[in-house]
Design a protein around this ligand. Structure first.
Ligand SMILES: Cc1ncc(COP(=O)(O)O)c(C=O)c1O
Length: 396
């Protein structure tokens, strides 16, 4: 589906619909009138086939406890094979009430209070909270960025941090939020190998697996080197980013290794008694079965918005580095060439009137960076860019 048709058919007003992105601006940013480019959520309605499947489910009228059937797993498997060449056996899958809850649970299930848990920063801020809030020790290795804005793992530092802190678990982000990398198989293998060598369990958050903007194919951690590291791995995924379904609170925990699965199940028995969210599962299945064309349309919008963002800021100033957007719909922008990092929050809210995610949320060293969400209409991105460039112009 082309960009114009996608926007015309699926753009929706979110303000006034109990929407975190638009309706929580006062609570989150202290000002209800900012223009929101924060939080990974979109201004598009989900594929019509998802809406139809939900309507049918709602029309049935009963919302008692549900179970997944074969058709659910067949649809998931077909999508995973078609899009990622990943094969997931039905026995490996457990359900969670969202990926964020999923990584909180993994930290609790597989580590003890006081154990060290590793993050490669900058990275999605709820991961920091998951470690801190569960009484574990948060340790970090910093991704390193070269002059053209490409972020990579610093394997030597990672190994040092793991050894010095006796790290037990690493929460990986692939594709990476916020730096937009789709890791190569070689990069993934280096990290998986390192973790395996040091007895560090890897929890791979792959929620952005379908939002592939550049040319590189996404490789699921489970498939690296023909599945060589699957025994030391838990994958968390969902189609909530793919089809804008986050409010339906449904995701997967995939544990290929029987021993790890038994450990998780023992832990889960004591704390997780939730059955499947039937609306979440209904929506996900319809997305896997019928969502390809919609996703193509979404990606064409994200590509346009990404290009426009770079063009407008590039014209305006050569000093702003934005890493190439290989995956996700989040742009990681370094404003330190223009502003004292201490003033970025005030500049964004008071001068530009924008609500964005701030660099320091993703890693202490990232004060002065800002994350912009471009999964919205071109008109919204253009408006956000008008606000941003006017603000920047005022600085000079
Ligand atoms: C890397 C990553 N993990 C998880 C989530 C959210 O997951 P959920 O809504 O399923 O809890 C996001 C949302 O932005 C994300 O970027």
């Amino acid at each position: 589906m082309d960009l114009e048709s996608f926007v015309e058919r699926f753009a929706v007003e979110r303000r006034g619909t109990n929407c975190l992105k638009w309706d929580a601006l006062q609570e989150r940013f202290g000002d209800p009138d900012l223009f929101p480019m924060w939080v990974a959520d979109m201004e598009f309605s989900s594929p019509p086939q998802i809406l139809q499947a939900l309507r049918e489910r709602v029309d049935h009228g009963a919302f008692g406890y549900g179970i997944p059937d074969d058709s659910y797993f067949e649809a998931f498997d077909a999508w995973a094979v078609r899009h990622h060449e990943a094969r997931v056996e039905r026995d490996w899958v457990r359900f969670a009430t969202g990926v964020v809850n999923g990584f909180h649970w993994m930290v609790n299930a597989f580590t003890e209070p006081g154990d060290a848990v590793l993050l490669a920063t900058p990275v999605y801020y709820p991961m920091h909270a998951a470690v801190r809030n569960s009484g574990r020790k948060l340790v970090t290795t910093q991704l390193v960025c070269d002059e053209s804005g490409v972020y990579r793992y610093d394997l030597d530092d990672m190994e040092k941090v793991i050894a010095e802190n006796d790290v037990k678990l690493f929460i990986a982000c692939s594709p990476h939020n916020p730096v937009g990398r789709v890791w190569t198989e070689q990069e993934l293998e280096q990290v998986l190998q390192l973790c395996e060598r040091h007895g560090v369990l890897v929890v791979s958050d792959e929620i952005h697996q379908d939002i592939i903007v550049g040319d590189r194919t996404f490789v699921a951690a489970q498939e690296v080197a023909g599945g060589k590291y699957a025994g030391n791995l838990v994958t968390l995924n969902a189609v909530s980013k793919t089809f804008n379904l986050a409010g339906l609170i449904h995701s997967h925990i995939i544990i290929p290794d029987a021993g790890l699965r038994a450990r998780y199940d023992r832990w889960a028995k004591g704390v997780v008694q939730t059955e499947l969210n039937i609306l979440g599962a209904t929506a996900a299945k319809a997305g896997w079965l019928y969502g390809d064309e919609w996703l193509d349309g979404l990606l064409s919008v994200v590509r346009r918005n990404d290009a426009e963002f770079r063009a407008r800021l590039g014209e305006f100033t050569p000093h702003i580095v934005i890493p190439e957007l290989e995956g996700s719909y989040l742009l990681w922008v370094d404003l330190r060439g223009h502003l004292d990092p201490a003033h970025v929050q005030e500049f964004m809210t008071k001068t530009c009137r924008l609500a964005v995610d701030y660099g320091e949320w993703f890693g202490q060293q990232c004060r002065g960076f800002v994350r912009f969400n471009v999964a919205t209409t071109p008109a919204n991105v253009d408006h956000g860019l008008d606000l941003l460039t006017a603000g920047l112009a005022g600085l000079h």
